[in-house]
Design a protein around this ligand. Structure first.
Ligand code: FO1
Length: 316
């Protein structure tokens, strides 16, 4: 456990972000952590409400995650998919049998009038998660991309087209009318809040949707607790996924400094990999260099400790 008292608010997308979220969960008293998840990837598929990043966090924090795949559940079976394929159904987005239960139950509760946040909170409790897991908003926000194949919904781009189309613009449909979840405002107003952590998720499609919810970016910036952002770029490359490709297509340099510049005045301390010392040298921002590659549980915990210690290292 990290000795210092206080609460921590983390912003996270799926795979990469969830690794650090797990590290934070393991090194902090678990009930002091609130994780705000991106819901821009959410969509309705086969009539079911799918929330990929919330589910990746639910499975990761409860130890049910499929580490190799990065999404879905471990020891999953695929009978539903096989049966669907036999019937000529859509199989480009793969729903495992256990995972299917999550989507069916979420869809049933949403139809009965429950909010996404209350459903998520209940799933988390039932899976034994002591941290608070929240969608960024209970209102729908949907990431859409303008590409050289035209406008695509997020999962069409990400899974069906395997991130191959060239991206020209990313928008968050519905964001203008979305309200931040009230618990986020409450967490930011808590005098015991010691840090806000931006996990090493894709800034363009995992963190930007969260920041697109009106008022959220300003509330994070104006909060007295330090905002610590962790670079998703290591050695000038993204660990996994389309981060580097998208940055390049959108005219950003593919390096750790570009991510910090993208977040701008939101960030108080930037945590980057030792390999990127050269890239971040010119930043007008306190930087802590450490090893940011999280290959195992020890790596997740070590990065979490470094992130939590980062504001103190700068202050000294
Ligand atoms: N990603 C894939 O690459 N292929 C899939 O078939 C797939 C299915 C899937 C089902 C449930 C779920 O919660 C996530 C799933 N993902 C799949 C991951 C997801 O599309 C992305 O990783 C996230 O949206 C990006 O964070």
């Amino acid at each position: 456990m990290t000795g210092q008292p206080g609460r921590v608010l983390a912003l996270s997308g799926g795979v990469g972000g969830a690794k650090l979220a797990l590290g934070l969960y393991r090194v902090l008293p678990p009930d002091t952590l609130t994780i705000v998840a991106n819901t821009g990837d959410d969509f309705t598929h086969l009539g079911l409400a799918i929330s990929p990043d919330l589910d990746t966090l639910l499975y990761t924090l409860s130890g049910l995650d499929n580490r190799e795949q990065g999404w879905g559940r471990r020891d999953e079976t695929w009978n539903f998919m096989a049966a669907l394929e036999t019937l000529g159904g859509e199989t480009w987005f793969r729903l495992g049998d256990g995972d299917l239960a999550t989507h069916v139950e979420r869809t049933r509760r949403l139809a009965a009038g429950a909010s996404l946040s209350s459903i998520t909170g209940d799933f988390a409790r039932r899976l034994g998660i002591a941290a608070r897991l929240l969608p960024m908003s209970d209102d729908p926000v949907r990431t859409r991309l303008d590409t050289d194949e035209g406008w695509l919904d997020f999962q069409d781009y990400f899974v069906r087209r395997r991130c191959l189309p060239r991206v020209r613009e990313v928008v968050f449909a519905g964001a203008a009318a979305a309200r931040p979840h009230p618990a986020i405002d409450a967490a930011l107003a808590d005098p015991m809040l010691r840090a806000i952590v931006i996990c090493p998720s894709n800034p363009l499609i995992s963190i930007d949707p969260i920041l697109s919810v009106p008022g959220l970016r300003a509330a994070l910036r104006d909060c007295p607790a330090p905002v610590v952002a962790v670079s998703p770029i290591i050695g000038g490359r993204a660990v996994k996924g389309p981060t580097a490709k998208m940055m390049q297509e959108l005219g950003m340099p593919v390096d750790a400094a570009a991510v910090a510049r993208h977040y701008g005045d939101l960030v108080d301390v930037y945590v980057a990999d030792e390999e990127d010392a050269g890239s971040v040298r010119g930043l007008d921002l306190p930087v802590v260099l450490t090893r940011t590659l999280m290959t195992d549980l020890a790596g997740r915990e070590a990065l979490a400790r470094a992130v939590l210690a980062a504001p103190g290292r700068i202050a000294r």
